[in-house]
Ligand binder design. Sequence first.
Ligand SMILES: NC(=O)c1ccc[n+]([C@@H]2O[C@H](COP(=O)([O-])OP(=O)(O)OC[C@H]3O[C@@H](n4cnc5c(N)ncnc54)[C@H](OP(=O)(O)O)[C@@H]3O)[C@@H](O)[C@H]2O)c1
Length: 207
Amino acid sequence: MDVKSKILIIGGTGNIGKYLVEASAKAGHPTFALVRESKISDSKRAAIIESFKSLGVIFLHGDLHNHQQLVNAINQVEIVISAVGGDLVAHQVKIIAAIKEAGNIKRFLPSEFGVDVDRAHAVEPAASLSRTKVEIRRAIEAEGIPYTYLVSNGFAGYLIYILNNFGDSFSASLPRDKIVILCDGNPKVVFTKEEDIAAYTIKAVKR
Ligand SMILES: NC(=O)c1ccc[n+]([C@@H]2O[C@H](COP(=O)([O-])OP(=O)(O)OC[C@H]3O[C@@H](n4cnc5c(N)ncnc54)[C@H](OP(=O)(O)O)[C@@H]3O)[C@@H](O)[C@H]2O)c1
């Protein structure tokens, strides 16, 4: 019988996280979502929490900044996927420390979901985030934790969201007199549907 790995998703209510949780549960993996206790009853998250419940997702209360809660959650699974946002990427050293202490994790997928940061030549503000993701890669490798780095390029839905909101919340920070177009203006970009990124991520877990 095909026994599916138990997967913990940290950041499962986020932009890409919610697709990962759904893909994992639909692929038949016992799926655990680490959710901060204060957020689980937040009305803004009600729809997503209900949809997770309908998929049989198991909620574990925990905060990235609480070592013991992380260890307790990690102890219950074989695979850890982090989908924390850019502001928490550096804090994934806390997940690495908890994985080391738990000692049971077969694979860790840190929060990547963008370009291949070891090869990217980004400009700011992306360059700082890329550098931090590189540091997390090196920290995982130094600890000897089995890993997969998920390189997905741009989120298609996220781009549409940004374009739709350009006129509102982003307008204050947009340049008004001059726009710099990098390179010759013709480089190709690749965007991938979030559902496909999530399906591929879960396939990368293998079992
Ligand atoms: N390629 C692209 O186009 C693209 C676009 C955007 C992001 N990304 C990348 O995708 C990755 C995820 O970004 P995202 O935008 O999906 O993230 P996000 O929407 O900001 O989601 C962050 C998640 O982390 C959770 N979280 C926040 N603080 C926490 C804490 N202290 N303890 C535990 N969980 C906590 C949030 O929970 P709550 O819901 O409770 O706040 C949420 O589930 C990042 O690496 C980012 O660079 C790529």
